[in-house]
Design a protein around this ligand. Sequence first.
Ligand code: GTP
Ligand code: MG
Length: 195
Amino acid sequence: MKVNYADIVISAASKKQYPKAPIPEIALAGRSNVGKSSFINRMIQRKNLARTSSKPGKTQTLNFYIINDKFHFVDVPGYGYAKVSKKERAKWGRMMEEYFAERDQIKATALIIDIRHKPTEDDKLMYDYLKHFELPVMVIATKMDKIKKGQRHKQVKMVREVLEMEEEDTLIPFSAETGEGKDVAWRTMLSHLNM
Ligand code: GTP
Ligand code: MG
């Protein structure tokens, strides 16, 4: 898809601030620093619309981006960063629950994982959590540029198995660095958006 227009709508700290427009949404999820914001930037070919950082914990609010006036990408704070207080963790949990449990316009989710590593317990919990809301989950195996060609098949198979992914869910090898997987990710998203 050709992106003619993309902009931030709001960084929402709570439900009151969510955009009112009844347009469909694709929500992201994934560990801190895995590459969620970079995924958005690559998809829309903008260098730094979604703020990225080499330090974990950059994204702290639900960031709604409008794409071609047709749908929202929602960038969410990551999980699994050790240096987070109990209080902050609880706040994160409430933020996720408020969003995923009540937002009807979420059409699909993109769970971002790092292809170099075995999915963590947190990744498995997140996959199951999204399935609990009966949401389609695209697993975006990012940072493909960081592994050797010969490792690809084995790593992709391992991720599917560890997450115990359902048949209907797609795993997309991806790299924000090279753009690998962008076209497949768009096709998959557009089908979930019925576009
Ligand atoms: P938080 O908002 O802190 O949860 O992080 P995030 O998941 O949004 O990660 P972000 O997009 O900020 O990227 C984290 C780091 O990984 C940055 O230094 C990116 O440049 C790097 N990165 C992201 N995707 C890729 C990729 O596909 N390949 C490589 N080589 N680096 C990547
Ligand atoms: Mg981010």
